[in-house]
Ligand binder design. Structure first.
Ligand code: NAD
Length: 350
């Protein structure tokens, strides 16, 4: 297996090394021999060389099975090309998966009393290749347009992926759309409805505006949610607010043969370089990579160690703690080592 490591800009350079330390632990302890492939992309590179990434970077990423990605800074400069949109399109990472499930004990730590952790357990499945991020734009001084593209094939493909996830959960799927105002969403909605019917998944739909309200007021109504690109982008950040910090939200971008894992947050220039960024979203993105690879035991060890860090209050300032990125990363790794050794001894003694 080849895993590309893309730190990117800002806090990407601080949180990804903590996830890589966990990756290295398993890779070395269990002799997996996964190859790490460092790839530099983003704003820092653009400032230095005038390009965010090259065709050969894309070719290199295509040789990898998985990508662990930090975050990139974007620029509004007309010559700046979005790294993420290009990677998602060219590597056809069509399904963006964002779990909205609070870490056990986080509401207690943050003294959140107006909702219960067990009421929040949603997966947002966002179509990642078209919609308002089609890239078809005409920019003018008096009129600018962006074309919203919805196709039957991409809508069916994302609905099928969402149904697969629903099948492993409560077998319920909700399509979120705005078909009353955006007629292009009728195709999305009806494609999702048809696929759910074919797959035997219980289907419902919701207009995006009331869904945003529900997500905050009554998240327990939902399980797996499928939606279009821009709605998914916004709703999943809103969902991250239910987790307690954007620094806790991981995500996956899945394609047919490879996948890309990244924290939901950006490069956070306001805190970059201070060593206080929360590394948990990056570490949980690695956990999602292990799940995708079928390494369930290792993924579970990561989740337990993260819960322990929260329980013990070993957290960064965004969660009210006084620990650095590295201290939190080191603590999580130390808990993984402990639990791994303990479960190994238990297996030996059985
Ligand atoms: P951001 O997510 O970088 O930061 C928003 C706020 O959350 C900031 O106050 C930041 O300090 C805080 N924050 C984010 N991650 C944190 C963490 N791990 N620990 C603690 N606090 C954290 O969003 P932004 O400020 O809107 O964007 C900054 C730059 O990142 C922009 O250039 C934007 O385009 C880019 N961006 C990139 C990605 C990506 O690479 N996937 C995603 C979003 C934004």
């Amino acid at each position: 297996m080849k895993v590309a490591i893309v730190e990117g800009d800002g806090i990407g350079k601080e949180v990804i090394p903590e996830a890589v330390a966990v990756f290295d632990y398993f890779n070395e302890t269990y002799g997996w021999n996964f190859e790490k492939v460092p790839v530099e992309v983003g704003f820092g590179r653009w400032e230095r060389t005038g390009v965010t990434m090259t065709d050969s970077d894309i070719s290199l990423l295509k040789t990898c099975d998985a990508v662990l990605f930090g975050a990139v800074t974007t620029s509004s400069h007309p010559s700046y090309k979005s790294v993420l949109l290009r990677i998602r399109k060219e590597l056809d990472f069509y399904a963006n998966i964002r779990p909205i499930r609070p870490i056990k004990g986080i509401y207690k730590l943050l003294q959140i009393k107006d909702r219960k952790e067990e009421d929040v357990d949603i997966v947002i499945v966002r179509e990642n290749t078209e919609g308002l991020y089609s890239g078809i734009e005409e920019i003018g001084d008096v009129r600018s347009t962006t074309l919203r593209v919805i196709t039957k094939s991409a809508s069916r493909r994302i609905a099928k992926h969402a149904c697969g996830l629903a099948g492993g959960r409560k077998n319920k799927l909700t399509a979120v759309h705005k078909s009353n105002a955006l007629k292009s969403d009728i195709l999305f909605l009806e494609s999702c409805r048809k696929v759910a019917e074919e797959e035997g998944v219980v289907f419902s739909d919701k207009l995006v505006d009331i869904f945003a309200y529900d997500l905050v007021m009554s998240p327990s109504k939902y399980d797996v949610v499928v939606t279009t690109n821009l709605f998914g982008d916004i709703l999943s950040d809103l969902g991250a607010a239910l987790l307690g910090s954007i620094g806790l939200a991981p995500s996956a971008n899945i394609g047919d043969n490879r996948a890309f894992f990244e924290p939901v947050h950006g490069s956070a220039p306001d805190i970059a370089g201070r060593g206080i960024a929360n590394p948990i979203a990056a570490i949980l993105s690695l956990q999602m990579m292990f799940e995708w690879m079928g390494k369930k035991r290792e993924a579970a060890l990561i989740s337990e160690a993260v819960e322990k860090a929260v329980e013990d209050g070993i957290v960064t300032p965004d969660l009210g703690g006084g620990y650095t990125t590295k201290e939190v990363g080191d603590y999580i790794l130390s808990r993984i080592r402990l639990s791994d050794a303990a479960s190994f001894c238990l297996e030996e003694s059985l």
